[in-house]
Write a protein that binds this ligand. Structure first.
Ligand code: EPU
Length: 417
């Protein structure tokens, strides 16, 4: 086990290139098994969740290799093996194997997914979708058994806007017979990325990125080459860290449109932002206004960014309110921030954040974005070294974090616990 040490008080300065999106990668990798020939993914992030997915595909018979930021997946020998335990429990996105295996083989047996369990994360909408497509679904001793003699297109209305359910139904429906319509679909950029890959493989998907997605099933899919979109959550984290340290940072290789909600909120606080074609420059200021933030589904302010945003909101001159409308209790970072001197109260699904001076402390990350929040807070502390344990959570979603921050002038390093 390792811990992260952050000596605060250094304004971040420079340019940071942003890698491919984790939440796309962990859907694109399983999507590749729907094809019958080789899929190449470029701009792959170097993350532990991606490594776990490589192993999972190998266990199913795929030949997977990685050269730098490129992954080659030959799915021709994949079979539908039961995966009740082991690596599937290590990450949340293993649930995409349900849709992919169901689409390709008409059956899947998979353990309930693990990952960042910051609160109960049901998969009832995924199951509703599979059942609508004609599958029988049962939970036997903690493993989900999904079987269909024939998958048939259907009209599916999602009761909640869910990224995972939208992608999972899209995966299965791609090889169903007839037309599937997903209503009240999620609109996140990662959904468009998955649809782009599937269409390049020969699928017929229209409407990804809107609330209605139409999928005309096809008999077979073949390999292709695809470049993963930039990670908007990593980019937003560096933007927030730049503002929190009163630095001057350009996040490069990004799609500025994906970051509009964050840009707008930072500007409202008084941060100076300059948008270019594929980069955004963030210039921090000494004084910030307090603001209200609502975490919503895309194109709203992402729930994955509320945790680092709360750290930044401790740096304003007033009282800010952040309400998370996606998850009701994703606040495990708050007691840790309180240890660092933050004055924050939680009421229901809202955090009330009073501007305060942070101090260095020993804190623990209990999930990925909570970890990011503590890194931002550690960087914003005027002096002293913050010790963050639970680094394995941060490694799931931030590649080259220490190297990137060091290049931006931060004093941050890892040590054995
Ligand atoms: N929900 C249901 N039933 C379902 C599915 C979801 O009630 O069947 C609820 C959830 O409890 C939640 C809301 O719907 O309140 C949205 O959940 P969603 O399904 O969209 O989340 P997810 O697909 O499991 C992905 C990301 C998360 C991100 C959320 C929301 C991946 C692998 N994970 O999760 O990312 O927070 O969408 O945008 O794509 C992270 O990167 O740290 C992370 C947790």
């Amino acid at each position: 086990m390792e811990k992260l040490l952050v000596a605060g008080g250094k304004p971040l300065r420079g340019t940071v290139p942003i890698s491919g999106a984790k939440n796309s990668a962990v859907a694109l990798i399983p999507a590749a098994i729907l094809a019958e020939s080789t899929v190449i993914l470029d701009n792959l992030p170097a993350l532990s969740d991606v490594e776990t997915y490589m192993t999972l595909l190998g266990e199913l018979g795929a030949v997977v290799s990685r050269q730098g930021d490129q992954m080659t997946i030959d799915p021709s020998a994949v079979r539908s093996a039961p995966m009740p335990n082991g690596n599937v429990k290590k990450l949340r996105a293993s649930y995409y194997l349900m849709g992919a295996l169901l689409g390709r083989f008409g059956e899947a047996v998979i353990g309930l997914p693990g990952g960042c369990n910051f609160e109960p994360r049901p998969i009832d909408q995924h199951i509703k979708g599979f059942e609508a497509l004609g599958a029988r679904v049962s939970n036997e001793y903690g493993a989900i058994h999904i079987r269909a003699s024939k998958l048939k297109g259907a009209k599916i209305y999602l009761d909640v806007v869910s990224v995972g359910a939208t992608i999972n139904i899209m995966l299965a429906a791609t090889r169903a017979s007839g037309i599937t319509i997903i209503e009240n679909a999620a609109k996140e950029p990662e959904i468009i990325d998955v649809a782009t890959l599937l269409n390049a493989m020969g699928a017929k998907i229209k409407g990804a990125g809107t609330e209605t997605i139409r999928i005309e099933g096809v008999d077979s899919l073949s390999g292709c080459r695809h470049s993963i979109i930039p990670d908007r959550i990593q980019a937003a984290t560096y933007m927030i860290a730049a503002a929190a340290t009163r630095g001057d940072v350009t996040v490069d290789c990004v799609i500025p449109k994906h970051l509009e909600a964050v840009t707008a909120k930072l500007q409202e606080m008084g941060v100076h932002i300059y948008e270019m074609d594929e980069s955004i420059r963030v210039v921090g200021q000494r004084d910030y206004e307090s603001i209200d933030v609502k975490a919503l589904v895309y194109p709203g302010f992402a729930t994955d960014i509320q945790s680092p945003m709360i750290s930044l909101l401790t740096q304003t001159n007033g009282i800010s309110l952040l309400t998370d409308y996606v998850y009701s209790n994703r606040f495990s970072h708050i007691p840790e921030l309180q240890r660092m001197g933050a004055r924050i109260k939680v009421e229901g699904r809202s955090a009330i954040i009073e501007g305060s001076r942070l101090n260095a402390a020993k804190v623990r990350a209990t999930d990925l974005r909570a970890g990011a929040s503590l890194v931002v807070a550690g960087l914003a502390v005027p002096d002293g070294v913050t010790e963050i344990s639970g680094v394995e959570f941060i490694d799931r979603g931030y590649d080259r974090l220490v190297a990137n921050l060091t290049e931006l002038g931060a004093e941050i390093w890892r040590e054995k616990e």
